[in-house]
Design a protein around this ligand. Structure first.
Ligand code: G3I
Length: 347
């Protein structure tokens, strides 16, 4: 596979997307990003550095169809801070440069999580004060580096367990529940302009976990902690997805707290074999969730966890499942793509 330098890749994407008039785009007349902006929301996708730098069709499609991106892994603690005294910004910088070059907004993901942590962080028995200093320095360094470029940060990811209580993580065990207030304050100090989000899965509709998230963010807000939104990940399947009315009700109660909502990681996995009927059902689910976002004034972004089935986390994490995204492995539009385009056109 040809390997382009980051700059060449960015210039190539710019050249192709500028010369390839929408009417010539292989997908449809107008790209999703144009249609979405006209309806007042950002549409985006998670992005992996390797295909961005090595697969020109990936870069071209991303630049044409999406006005927002989230680095899938590049900004997580482990990849970006591999040693206590060393950061590795190469992949994150390449993704940010691509977004800036193509006029795309950036969701930063994620400053505080219990997964993808580097071994130096989890293997040493740091004191509470040491861990506070490490975490504050990490947030200040990473959010500070992308100050003015990242529009919204997933400051904390998945801090609530599936049972609705605070997840038992290194952060909770060593720092206590006050870590939540601290990390949002540190992120705001590092980038006062960025919107700061709490991001999670399994709390998109109504229920125990959704209520726990609501209670937690209401507490943060009431204490004057700088939190601006909640990310609803929306990793679903044909057999398991939230009732759209419940999602609308959840978004509405978060609006009453003054919070934005982003759909942050949507994908709709399909159990193999993939059939036309399953693809049609997938299209309906995508369309229903975007319809809810469009009808909710505080829902300002709809981001999928990738955009082509050629690169998706789903097959390796859910054996027997695939086809979760809106473009097929050859970047062709699936029924879900057409359904979103039709909805965004207002039809
Ligand atoms: O980069 C290394 C590579 O050097 C190594 O050779 C390879 C094999 O060990 O691993 C590679 O790292 C993998 C990384 O993805 C990049 O591909 C990790 O093992 C793998 O665990 C990691 O998976 C990511 C997963 O989060 C980690 O929990 C997925 O790509 C990513 O899509 C997924 O994204 C999360 C969101 O951040 C939060 N919400 C849930 C979502 C799905 O789990």
């Amino acid at each position: 596979m040809n390997t382009l330098s980051p700059l060449c890749c960015i210039l190539l994407a710019l050249l192709i997307s500028s010369t390839l008039a929408p009417s010539q785009s292989p997908a449809v007349d107008l790209a999703l990003r144009s249609l979405a902006r006209a309806r007042g929301i950002n549409i985006g996708a998670a992005v992996a550095a390797r295909p961005l730098l090595n697969d020109s069709l990936y870069a071209q499609t991303l630049a044409r169809e999406f006005g927002m991106l989230t680095p899938e892994n590049a900004m997580k603690f482990g990849p970006i801070h591999p040693a206590r005294d060393r950061y590795d910004f190469r992949d994150a910088d390449a993704i940010v440069e691509f977004a800036v070059a193509n006029g795309m907004r950036i969701r930063g993901h994620t400053l505080v999580w219990h997964n993808q942590q580097p071994r130096w962080l989890t293997e040493e028995d740091f004191s509470r004060d040491e861990l506070l200093a490490i975490l504050r320095e990490h947030i200040t360094t990473v959010a500070g580096r992308y100050r003015g470029k990242v529009t919204a940060w997933d400051v904390v990811n998945e801090a609530i367990g599936d049972n609705g209580s605070l997840r038992d993580t290194i952060w909770l065990r060593r720092l206590g529940p006050e870590y939540l207030d601290l990390v949002f304050r540190w992120a705001h100090e590092a980038d006062p302009e960025a919107q700061l989000f709490y991001n999670d899965y399994g709390g998109e509709g109504l229920g125990r976990k959704s209520d726990a998230i609501y209670t937690m963010v209401r507490g943060l807000s009431s204490r004057g902690v700088p939190i601006h939104g909640v990310g609803l990940q929306m990793h679903v399947s044909l057999d398991s997805f939230p009732n759209p009315q419940d999602v609308a009700a959840n978004i509405s109660r978060l609006a009453a707290l003054g919070l934005h909502v982003h759909i942050t990681e949507m994908d709709v996995r399909i159990r193999q074999p993939i059939t036309e009927e399953k693809l049609a059902a997938q299209a309906r689910i995508y369309q229903e969730i975007v319809r809810v976002c469009l009808s909710s004034p505080n829902c300002t972004a709809f981001v999928m966890w990738g955009f082509t089935d050629r690169y998706s986390w789903v097959p390796s994490f859910f054996p027997g499942f695939g086809g979760a995204l809106i473009l097929d492995e050859s970047y062709g539009p699936k029924p879900a793509y057409s359904a979103l385009a039709e909805l965004l056109r207002g039809r």
